[in-house]
Design a protein around this ligand. Sequence first.
Ligand SMILES: Nc1nc2c(ncn2[C@@H]2O[C@H](COP(=O)(O)OP(=O)(O)OP(=O)(O)O)[C@@H](O)[C@H]2O)c(=O)[nH]1
Length: 593
Amino acid sequence: MSPMARTALQPHATPPHLIRNFCIIAHIDHGKSTLADRMLQKTGVVEERQMRAQYLDRMDIERERGITIKSQAVRMPWEAPDAEGDPEVYCLNMIDTPGHVDFTYEVSRSLAACEGAVLLVDAAQGIEAQTLANLYLAMENDLTIIPVLNKIDLPAAQPEKYAEELARLIGCEPEDCLRVSGKTGEGVEELLDQIVAQIPPPVGDADAPARAMIFDSVYDTYRGVVTYVRVIDGNLNPRERIVMMSTKAQHELLEIGVISPEPTPGKGLGVGEVGYLITGVKDVRQSRVGDTVTNAGKPASEALGGYRDPRPMVFSGLYPIDGSDYPDLRDALDKLKLNDAALVYEPETSAALGFGFRVGFLGMLHLEIVRERLEREFGLDLISTMPNVEYEVVMDDKKVVEVTNPSEFPGGKISQVSEPVVRATILAPSEYVGAIMELCQQRRGSLRGMDYLSEDRVEMRYTLPLAEIVFDFFDQLKSRTRGYASSTTSPTASRPPTWSRSTSCCRASRSTRSARSCTRTRPTPTACRWPPSCASSSRASSSRCRSRPPSARESLRERRSGRSARTSSPSATAATSAASASCSRSRRRARSG
Ligand SMILES: Nc1nc2c(ncn2[C@@H]2O[C@H](COP(=O)(O)OP(=O)(O)OP(=O)(O)O)[C@@H](O)[C@H]2O)c(=O)[nH]1
């Protein structure tokens, strides 16, 4: 066991071969923050008397809901044997990532700042959907994976069973899975030793122009925006001018340092180091996640890859219950925007609800958090309208109209309507396969593949229209599987046509703000069932599914190449046209009746 390192390495002068950058990835509630707490304690970064649960979750909502919304990065010293077996002090940078699907892009940037990931699985629950989604993200970033089973102190823990599942998934031996308890601290020191031994040190060119990737930025009332970065090449020094490569905006570095566990200003950051910058900017939009920071005096010619503008996926109207609160709501949104680059809004009016805003969110959790913060931090009473997604309507004259509210649906000749879709991964005991298939088919989903992780656990991959899952999909999934299914979704860039002149199966209501766009394949949740022919053909195809669990690398290859696994559902178009035929039959019957 390693003793706590007594002499920590100084930032800016840390040789890259002594740095290890890692993150902890896990399904919600598998104990990521608790394990992070124990690491802070074991490395002596947080003293016993200052310790409190979920030390890194600093927002009130994070602590109350027990979820991580913002990333955090902490520098910890740790003494471990080097390659020759002599004790050496290393610098471990732990990046705590947000755990919810709405923040997948933030997670992917945090992962890109690391060389390794601790894949944490609850030893009483086993692998869940988000474990897989995060594992795939980590593998796409070529991270070294350390499999760890947590909560081994629980009486219900089955470490042997889940070590086998985990080993099969990532292609290692069950004995390679470490066993820890974030609660009691058992096995945490050995895990820290393994992080040093297994995760490769960062590599970068110290003499090149600086390139640092922003993996998070938060707004602080007193200090302005605090930007978290990982330096890839070169170095950043206090008081020099820096450039944000996506916007070309220049700022002066007022403060630069590391978090250990409170912000500590230093002399700069070198290759492979992780720390924070303060430039005095007041809006997180000027310091965007995924962007590259370089020196203004000696700028890098090429930005680091992977930057993406945050794109809202779900739209909802927010109205004050008391109309006279409208200016307060506007001020509150303006303030919240400083801390949330993904929040977009524009004023709108409704005959029924008065003045309000149409707000774009990353997903349903983001919507809930924003609404809760507006009500709690700004004392507002709000009504929100039914969440909607953004449809793209192509007119006959090729004009494209973006529709986020059914009442904006254009009149005139429409040639095509497309909608956002997501890839969903659902993990559940195999007895619920039928119930899940039924639900997903009702929601216009198409099965991309299905694999058995073990005899009694199955992974199903679907493509689903986002509009079908924003409302009650996850509640339905939980109730139909008695709470045993877990699911995760990731947005895709493709927007397949929902309606085109040839299939003619979409309509949108223009009535009120709370109206909902719907397709003719499912005009109301229960009005139109899939024809039996589709259901039976999907059952037939499901019997051809794999019994051998694929390794995560195989699945990743399939995801990358876009090839679906051996099972497939009836093609979406066939199902759509069959269903729309049955719809038109029932409409004809209704009219003649
Ligand atoms: N018995 C036991 N309980 C644990 C252990 N680790 C975490 N827990 C409990 O599991 C629950 C979830 O732990 P968190 O650390 O908040 O989980 P998380 O993965 O950080 O959750 P998110 O931030 O939402 O992703 C809490 O009630 C913890 O007290 C452990 O090793 N043993």
